[in-house]
Design a protein around this ligand. Structure first.
Ligand SMILES: NC(=O)c1ccc[n+]([C@@H]2O[C@H](COP(=O)([O-])OP(=O)(O)OC[C@H]3O[C@@H](n4cnc5c(N)ncnc54)[C@H](O)[C@@H]3O)[C@@H](O)[C@H]2O)c1
Length: 77
């Protein structure tokens, strides 16, 4: 499949996730996702929703519900 037909998602656009998103965006089709909608480009996220995800990069805080949060992100994305 053509590289352009896949996307990387960076979940959690904080101190770590935002620079990772910027770096990956230089070479790949990459989109950010965050619970805080002000931090993400929802229009772009929705536009690329039907494109297959190549990688899901997790950069959310590791708290006691981390595993279930990651599973929720996996199912959503
Ligand atoms: N900042 C550091 O120096 C550092 C160093 C080593 C490891 N880490 C690890 O990197 C990860 C990210 O750290 P950070 O400093 O960027 O955190 P941060 O608090 O700056 O950003 C976290 C972001 O994740 C979002 N978020 C939280 N739960 C979410 C969910 N379920 N779905 C989507 N978005 C969610 C928050 O809204 C926030 O914008 C953590 O696991 C942390 O332990 C951070």
């Amino acid at each position: 499949m053509n590289k352009i037909m896949k996307k990387d998602i960076v979940a959690g656009l904080g101190e770590i996730g935002l620079p990772i998103l910027k770096l990956i965006s230089k070479k790949e089709n990459a989109i950010g996702y965050d619970l805080d909608k002000k931090l993400m480009n929802e229009k772009k996220f929705n536009k690329f929703q039907n494109i297959q995800t190549r990688f899901l990069h997790i950069s959310i805080p590791v708290k006691k519900n981390f595993i279930s949060n990651v599973l929720t992100l996996y199912k959503k994305i």
